[in-house]
Ligand binder design. Structure first.
Ligand SMILES: NC(=O)c1ccc[n+]([C@@H]2O[C@H](COP(=O)([O-])OP(=O)(O)OC[C@H]3O[C@@H](n4cnc5c(N)ncnc54)[C@H](O)[C@@H]3O)[C@@H](O)[C@H]2O)c1
Ligand SMILES: NC(=O)c1ccc[n+]([C@@H]2O[C@H](COP(=O)([O-])OP(=O)(O)OC[C@H]3O[C@@H](n4cnc5c(N)ncnc54)[C@H](O)[C@@H]3O)[C@@H](O)[C@H]2O)c1
Lengths: 194, 194
């Protein structure tokens, strides 16, 4: 079992390594660049790579490959998105997922401009879909989720502000953007008030 | 100091209380609804409200008000957004922020359809803006951030996949949607592999 916080640091390491000019890097240097604890970064890298050498550090290219292997970026991940309104549209056209070898293969909606949700069954029978992305209105989200699960999809990325009921073996990651902004504002007000 | 995890649970409590049919609720009941630990929920609620009574629990309406006071939902928060591409557009038109009394007052871009970024100075001199939302391309994000900070804005909600350099007294919350999806897929692959 690894912590969520550990997994969230990994893309930050990869981002900095991609920009780093030298061939070798120590965990201390990486920690200083990201303003993180040295012990924390050393332990993180030890979980991902065997490449650290005393006094020399990690070979940057090798470490990047170890990170990609660990996170599975070398395998192609396939997604479908349901709900092509404003948010769905933004996500579907976003090129930033390519970096992690994640591809949104198809978009579904009830509007005529897109494949109809009735076509999800046929589409999923031909492809092995890793994740279903839900960007439909709140009151439709559970129905859409049930439809995706019935096709054997085991991971749901949910943007609708509702808690989805799913069986034990399904992983749901909720993105609550409004909650997130409200927490930022709470932090700001606390600082201002001190 | 309160933990991020605690703050992220609060909107979940509010969501469930809004749907709850009875007048009173115990922290145990709320914990069971959300599949959270009973001690955790009891401690959380004690931080937010003095209203818990042995055997009766919390008066639901009073608890909701205590949550809103604690999180500052009773005050109006003002935001501006810079970058009205696909993502900016989705966020600008989203009605879900109203629930937390957060209002995106104005949108800026370099395109003619929106207020130009040169007008940010005048706009901010007339209004006290709580948060600046950045949805511009990665290579423009730091410039835009500097512009927002020069107007005295102390909180930044950043969607560009780049670490922003800001002074100590400024709070930045990064939303890394691509990182988040890559972590969901990592979780799914780990479960499948076991
Ligand atoms: N826009 C944002 O910035 C934002 C932010 C946070 C959360 N969300 C959430 O994301 C979801 C989408 O938001 P939006 O702003 O894009 O909404 P939207 O109304 O612009 O788009 C919703 C889309 O879903 C489609 N749809 C409705 N029922 C459907 C069904 N049963 N099957 C397939 N498609 C269906 C609609 O035709 C429409 O295209 C909502 O749940 C919203 O609460 C949006
Ligand atoms: N679309 C997504 O789903 C998504 C997901 C994750 C992250 N992001 C990030 O969010 C940002 C926006 O993404 P998008 O898909 O909406 O891009 P986009 O290209 O559709 O929109 C970018 C907008 O920014 C404007 N712009 C450019 N330079 C500017 C400047 N100096 N000042 C003001 N406006 C300026 C452009 O005119 C355009 O309207 C990017 O940094 C992207 O990496 C987007």
């Amino acid at each position: 079992y690894v912590s969520e916080a550990f997994l969230e640091r990994i893309p930050l390491y990869l981002n900095e390594l991609e920009k780093y000019k030298n061939d070798y890097i120590s965990s201390t240097t990486l920690a200083n660049i990201l303003n993180l604890g040295e012990v924390l970064v050393r332990k993180d890298l030890a979980k991902i790579s065997q490449g650290g050498k005393p006094k020399i550090g990690y070979h940057v290219m090798d470490l990047m490959n170890d990170i990609k292997d660990y996170m599975g970026y070398n395998n192609k991940s396939k997604a479908i998105i349901v709900g092509m309104g404003r948010l769905g549209n933004a996500l579907y056209h976003y090129s930033g997922f390519n970096k992690y070898n994640i591809h949104i293969l198809e978009a579904f909606d009830i509007l005529d401009d897109y494949k109809n949700i009735n076509e999800i069954k046929d589409f999923c029978s031909e492809q092995d879909i890793d994740v279903g992305i839900i960007t439909v209105p709140k009151d439709q989200a559970q129905n859409v989720c049930n439809l995706l699960l019935s096709q054997g999809i085991k991971a749901i990325w949910n943007f609708a502000p509702i808690r989805l009921n799913v069986p034990e073996d399904v992983i749901v990651q909720n993105e609550n953007l409004a909650d997130s902004l409200s927490i930022l504002i709470k932090h700001k007000n606390d600082v201002v008030r001190k």
